[in-house]
Design a protein around this ligand. Structure first.
Ligand code: NAD
Length: 247
């Protein structure tokens, strides 16, 4: 029960890594604000049914008024925000090479993956500072540190997330807010639905441990970084990729 009565906002909580993170926080006693464009109610219901405390918001991380609404509601109901885990993210719906990506999809991916992370920090930081501190974990990607052909907008957005995480950590270190990123390798979630069996096999082969990751394996790292045990860690990006980037 590392997070007894701590107030935690998790974006992308309706599926995959965000859902696993919200559920783990619920099991460890946190009051969990589940934020997603879909599926947030289902995750919040699972937490409440198993004895935890959660609330759901259908909200778009790339829209500032949605952040204002969620954070205002959280402060009014629970008085503070102790941690934010920004998980929501998308890949391009179209061919995403530098030549062929279209502008509308570029803007959509950057707005959700990168602007959404900036908005999240902008929305919660004033409350954390007022409260004497907090933790933020932004979910970046292995794509921030290696080129992945066909993911031009995505890799750009994730490079931005890791850079903005370092930047924000430097700006608010003195306020006792620790801000870190996680760069996951290939994790078994619905985001992989579009990939062919050949691409899937290639991803397993590129992962030295010989399997894809489980969403819980990213959630464990996120919870550690939000815990008191991580008070001396800030401005870092943690690669959790089954060894992909080690060779
Ligand atoms: N699965 C992987 O292999 C992998 C690898 C590296 C990084 N990531 C990152 O992890 C994060 C979670 O991805 P996942 O694999 O769990 O995928 P997922 O598709 O299961 O979950 C993503 C969630 O984000 C939500 N979302 C999308 N747009 C949103 C918006 N505008 N506002 C609020 N919520 C929105 C979706 O509804 C969904 O519930 C993403 O940022 C992704 O880029 C995933």
């Amino acid at each position: 029960m590392r997070f007894q009565d701590k107030v935690v906002i998790v974006t992308g909580a309706g599926s995959g890594i965000g859902e696993a993170t919200a559920l783990q926080f619920g099991q460890e006693g946190a009051r969990v604000v589940c934020m997603d464009v879909r599926g947030a109610e289902e995750t919040s219901e699972k937490i409440n049914k198993s004895g935890g405390k959660a609330v759901a918001h259908i909200a778009d991380v790339s829209k500032w008024p949605d952040w204002e609404r969620v954070v205002e509601h959280t402060i009014n109901s629970w008085g503070r925000v102790d941690a934010l885990v920004a998980v929501a993210g998308v890949v391009s719906r179209h061919i995403d090479t530098v030549i062929d990506q279209n502008e509308a999809e570029w803007d959509r991916v950057i707005n959700i993956n990168l602007k959404g992370v900036w908005f999240g920090m902008k929305a919660v930081l004033p409350h954390m500072i007022k409260n004497g501190g907090g933790k933020i974990v932004n979910i970046s990607s292995l794509a921030a540190i290696v080129g992945l052909p066909g993911l031009a907008a995505y890799t750009s957005s994730k490079g931005g997330v890791s850079a903005l995480t370092r930047q924000a950590a430097m700006e608010y270190a003195k306020d006792d807010v620790q801000i870190n990123a996680i760069e996951p390798g290939i994790i078994e979630t619905p985001i992989l639905e579009g990939i062919t069996p050949e691409m899937r096999r290639a991803n397993v082969e590129a992962t030295p441990v010989g399997r894809l990751g489980d969403p819980n394996e990213i959630a464990y790292t996120a919870l550690f970084l939000c815990s008191d045990q991580a008070d001396f860690i800030t401005g870092q990006s943690f690669v959790v990729d089954g060894g992909w980037s080690a060779h």
